[in-house]
Design a protein around this ligand. Structure first.
Ligand SMILES: Cc1cc2nc3c(=O)[nH]c(=O)nc-3n(C[C@H](O)[C@H](O)[C@H](O)COP(=O)(O)O)c2cc1C
Length: 159
């Protein structure tokens, strides 16, 4: 039987990184959500994508301005990731960040950030596929990425 529990459990066996999609609300304040459904899409033109659920209250706020920043989360940012997944919470309390491309938040300590303009949105069941055109990006060298697998956080093992 293809139940939603089985779907979630089996798909949870696909490992991924975790990003914070950030943007600005109508008053210019920071907005954000934790997302594992992030991927690079195209090199020319430079495109990336992520899939926000249709019940997300944060994504419409970000979409209204039409830009977003992808923050690749690092080991040690598990609590920040959890905070960014709670609807309606004051997600940025105690979080250090600075304005990146378009003024969207770049979080301190992330592995990389990618500033984008929303290029297209496609309907996809109970989610949307959001395509972003990359305007600017940068990677650090110090931070290790946070990994998500079988509903738990993991670190890279030393080779
Ligand atoms: C590790 C992790 C990965 C997540 N991946 C996604 C995702 O790919 N798409 C999505 O819509 N929500 C994802 N979420 C959940 C959202 O972060 C969260 O439900 C949503 O932002 C709710 O808050 P909002 O109403 O402020 O949007 C993820 C949460 C966690 C902890």
């Amino acid at each position: 039987m293809l139940t939603s529990a089985r779907f979630r459990s089996v798909l949870g066996h696909f490992p991924s990184g975790v990003v914070a999609i950030t943007g600005r609300d109508a008053k210019g304040g920071p907005a954000g959500m934790a997302v594992s459904s992030f991927t690079s899409v195209s090199l020319d033109p430079p495109l990336v994508a992520f899939l926000p659920g249709k019940t997300s209250s944060t994504f419409p706020v970000i979409a209204r301005r039409g830009t977003f920043c992808v923050n690749v989360l690092a080991v040690g940012q598990e609590d920040l990731c959890q905070a960014l997944a709670v609807p309606g919470a004051d997600k940025f309390a105690g979080v250090d960040w600075h304005p990146g491309p378009h003024g969207d938040p770049v979080l301190d300590g992330v592995v990389a950030w990618i500033g984008c303009t929303i290029e297209a949105m496609h309907d996809a069941g109970d989610h949307r596929i959001v395509i972003g055109r990359v305007d600017d990006l940068a990677a650090g060298t110090a931070a290790e990425p946070l990994l998500f697998f079988r509903r738990r956080y993991h670190h890279l093992a030393a080779a």
